[in-house]
Design a binder for this molecule. Structure first.
Ligand SMILES: [Zn+2]
Length: 185
């Protein structure tokens, strides 16, 4: 038995080498970690599994909540902290590609998210080294903070328009339909 800590998407071996076990997924004959934890290789039955440090496994289709870490031209980086339906906190780096922000074309991601905002999104793709989430449809920011004074913003009636009740600053976000409903993070 050998132990080695892996991140989600880390390559573990091929299906010729191992039988994929719990906490793994395969793609094109290659085995990857689907959860964070210790890779446990059993040389006797030629299996590899991940012994989770987190009891939660991220899957496509799950609703997740996370904090915006950075906003770039093509991608918004979100650290997922909660997966809907699971009590335990997680800490998973994910990205929203500009095309996955909204149903309509978004020119500037920075006009839709602010650093530190809390986002509700859906997991749409898990592949080695990259987890894509989406805020299309009803998803988006559930709590946003004023870029001037950090006070929480309030949603206005007009689509994606927000205002700071503290300093009056007006801004825009990709606002979730249920803005204000944050799973405890
Ligand atoms: Zn403000």
């Amino acid at each position: 038995m050998e132990k080695d800590i892996k991140q989600i998407g880390d390559f573990l071996g091929t299906i010729e080498e191992f039988v994929p076990g719990d906490g793994t997924y395969t793609e094109g004959g290659r085995i990857y970690a689907s959860i964070m934890g210790n890779a446990v290789v059993n040389r006797e039955n030629h299996s590899v599994r991940i012994e989770g440090r987190m009891p939660v496994e991220l899957k496509v289709g799950q609703t997740v909540f996370g904090d915006v870490l950075s906003v770039n031209k093509n991608v918004v980086t979100v650290i997922v902290k909660k997966i809907k339906g699971f009590k335990d906190e997680v800490d998973i780096r994910t990205g929203i590609y500009v095309s996955n922000i909204a149903d309509e074309y978004v020119e500037k991601p920075e006009s839709m998210f602010g650093i530190g905002d809390i986002v509700k999104a859906q997991v749409i793709k898990i592949q080695p080294g990259m987890i894509d989430i989406s805020t299309r449809g009803d998803l988006g920011v559930v709590k946003a903070f004023c870029k001037r004074c950090r006070h929480p913003l309030e949603k206005l009636d007009e689509k994606n328009k927000m205002i700071c009740p503290n300093c009056g600053f007006r801004d825009t976000r990709k606002v979730a339909r249920d803005y204000g409903h944050v799973l405890e993070i």
